[in-house]
Design a protein around this ligand. Sequence first.
Ligand SMILES: C[S@@+](CC[C@H](N)C(=O)[O-])C[C@H]1O[C@@H](n2cnc3c(N)ncnc32)[C@H](O)[C@@H]1O
Length: 258
Amino acid sequence: MLATLYGRALDSRRPNSVLNDVEAARAVTRIDYDFRKTKMEGTSAVGVAIRAKVLDDWTRSFLDTNPTATVLHLACGLDTRVQRVSPPDTVRWLDLDLPDVVALRTRLLDLPSGDYRLVGASVTSDSWLDDVPADRPTVAVFEGLSMYLHKQDGKRLIERITNRFPSGQLLFDCYGSLGIKLQKLVPAVRNAGATLRWGIDDPHEIETWHPGLTCLDALRSVDMPGLENLPLPGRVSLRVLARIPGLRDAGRILRYRF
Ligand SMILES: C[S@@+](CC[C@H](N)C(=O)[O-])C[C@H]1O[C@@H](n2cnc3c(N)ncnc32)[C@H](O)[C@@H]1O
């Protein structure tokens, strides 16, 4: 959570920033922590910003068509997505993360105006979803979450969302199983002492979890729009990765409709 926040802050300080997340940069200055420990630097920081931009753009696109929608921004961490997307007042926006994270978020970031709720709960518990009215098209965006869940918890989350709301979209990133096997090679994961569990190799498998659930996009990390903004060493590494079967599928960003 601190690593990705720092990545967006670093990106915002670049002259050709991808995300321009000045709120992230402001939050970083308010945390007394040596962010160099996250091992975020040039390429990984811009990579985080590029991934966030794809999910921001997909969220905006859903809200353009559904201006009275509900947004479930799950595992929000310290991400200022609601400020970046800046939804109209007609949108109901819910940011959710574990209670400790929500307490920190309340101290660090200004609460946006409008129909906004910040909820401290686990995505695996039932109660928070029962409290969200099921009256509107709903987009659930969860970045940097799926890989931390056990597959059965991820499946149950997707089933509960798709069963509850009349229609909507799911927007999230995932690792492939090779990415899960090689997780200790990712500095931010290694340094956080985190354990990644769930890898998705076939995005179509998820379509079988709810009638009408359809994969609209499965963008591989090596094919994301905006990669030309990476520093040169990052662009070269990605060109090489894109040619290696298995490794080129190590990460994806997924968009489903239901
Ligand atoms: C890698 S961080 C990503 C945070 C944010 N989405 C971002 O991109 O900066 C993973 C986030 O998932 C949250 N998380 C992990 N397990 C969770 C759970 N069961 N319920 C809710 N949040 C969870 C963590 O607290 C953390 O904020």
